[in-house]
Design a protein around this ligand. Structure first.
Ligand SMILES: NC(=O)c1ccc[n+]([C@@H]2O[C@H](COP(=O)([O-])OP(=O)(O)OC[C@H]3O[C@@H](n4cnc5c(N)ncnc54)[C@H](OP(=O)(O)O)[C@@H]3O)[C@@H](O)[C@H]2O)c1
Length: 295
């Protein structure tokens, strides 16, 4: 296969909202784009725009030297590719798996690929579908550096920022899990905050401008946390754990007084109380990282 073909054709398996966005961006960039999805019909609009709709995953992967997979999880990936016809058609080609799952599943997928002579890169998409094909997209990749460099021109057709995190195939998934941990705990916290506010007669609209102010406090705290967690030294000068635990207790009491579940905040307060119980009450809040995962 010539390098020209390598850089001008791509296959996309999985046409959920994200797979469709990826395939659309490849088409917009002028690549010959072959698509397939388990449930037929989801390729209609893409085919109208010039994509080749394959009738089977084996036909789809045979059309390009690079296949991008983006489905709900790695069970779905396995259901598509771990069949003789598809595995055989992928031999000598490369898979970039942009499906989200765990680092262990990424390592398992890489072992399967190596066993079958398939090049394998794992990745994660950190931004929503509307960012794909724009500078706002954020893509993380891990796996063999040479393979990443070789296929980078095709990945660049997606626009956005692409970061290769290293040869450890589990690294993109590790970042993904950690970053989604930030995202979903923040989302759960905000849903809880709106429920508590509503119980006190405060609408979500009234709360929103002040909530945005709270969000703006976080980026400098992330910088501070990076120093503290990596060094193992936690400054509680400005906001010691004792003060944090007291603030959390107010949230628990106010919630439960209105019959609102406070389980998430109770768990956070519990960790702060454990740190205090260990004699670390004058340290800063990020000390609880040591309770969650002692060095
Ligand atoms: N949407 C976003 O904004 C976003 C942002 C960042 C990352 N991601 C990640 O991108 C991936 C895809 O997300 P998505 O938004 O497209 O929607 P999704 O609901 O997570 O995935 C839908 C896709 O998975 C396929 N699928 C599910 N079970 C399957 C199975 N057993 N066998 C074969 N295919 C199966 C669906 O096929 P059918 O149509 O046949 O059901 C469809 O193509 C996920 O890992 C998600 O976490 C999404």
């Amino acid at each position: 296969m010539t390098s020209h073909t390598e850089q001008s054709a791509v296959t996309v398996l999985g046409l959920g909202p994200m797979g469709r966005a990826l395939a659309g961006a490849f088409l917009d960039a002028g690549l010959r784009t072959t698509v397939w999805n388990r449930t037929p019909g989801k390729d209609r609009e893409l085919v109208e725009r010039g994509a080749v709709g394959a009738l089977s995953p084996e036909e789809a992967v045979a059309a390009s030297s690079l296949t991008v997979i983006c489905v709900v999880n790695y069970d779905a990936v396995d259901a598509i590719v771990r069949r003789d016809a598809v595995t055989g058609a992928l031999e000598g080609r490369t898979v970039v798996n942009l499906t989200a799952d765990t680092p262990d599943r990424a390592r398992d997928a890489a072992a399967w690929a190596a066993e079958h002579g398939i090049g394998y890169l794992d990745g994660a998409i950190m931004t929503p579908t509307m960012t794909i094909g724009t500078p706002a997209g954020v893509f993380l990749h891990s796996g063999p550096e040479e393979l990443y460099r070789r296929h980078r021109p095709v990945l660049d057709a997606l626009s956005g920022t692409h970061t290769h995190l290293g040869a450890d195939i589990g690294r993109a998934a590790a970042y993904d899990i950690a970053l989604l941990d930030v995202f979903w705990t923040a989302m759960a916290g905000y849903a809880h905050a709106m429920a508590v506010a509503r119980a006190e007669g405060v609408t979500a609209r009234e709360l929103a401008p002040f909530a945005k102010g709270i969000a703006e406090i976080l980026p400098p705290l992330f910088e501070q946390a990076a120093e503290e967690v990596d060094s193992g030294r936690f400054s509680g000068e400005v906001n010691p754990i004792t003060s944090a635990a007291s603030s959390m207790a107010h949230i628990v009491h106010a919630s439960e007084a209105r019959g609102i579940d406070a389980g998430v905040m109770r768990a956070a307060e519990g960790m702060a109380r454990r740190a205090i119980g260990r004699g670390d009450g004058t340290d800063g809040f990020f000390q609880i990282t040591e309770i969650l995962n002692p060095r």
